[in-house]
Design a protein around this ligand. Sequence first.
Ligand code: CMP
Length: 136
Amino acid sequence: MSNIEQTLSIIKPDAVERELESQIKEKFKSNGFTITKEKKLKLEKSDAEKFYKVHETKPFYNDLCEYLSSGIIIVMVLEKENAVKDNRDLMGATDPKNAKDGTIRKLYGISIDKNSVHGSDSIENAKIEIDFFFNN
Ligand code: CMP
């Protein structure tokens, strides 16, 4: 039975600044993902605060929102079977120093903040995050 899912991916400012867009997209494509929607934009800090609302009680929330709104980002909808989990596996651990070889964060991440990519952590949040960027 086919289990096609969609997930939201963001190429973060550190990776856009280092011109890693095409390498990262190639990683998605060579791992079976189709990029069905995409846009390039710069968020206001208040938008980043809405996007990362689930983290609002965390000590890193303010820095995280400052950072996501500090430069251009590329937002994409990725589609494949089991897209949510497979994208998380392909991204690797949140902190690049704990990420496995071959993952995007191991290859390109600089630090836990500048970890190059964001990916939805559940099917439910993928729907919310896709709506946030594409259905308004
Ligand atoms: P992301 O997958 O975009 O989701 C939330 C982000 O918070 C995460 O990637 C990290 O870049 C950032 N972050 C900063 N500090 C932490 C931390 N201690 N634990 C988890 N995420 C953190």
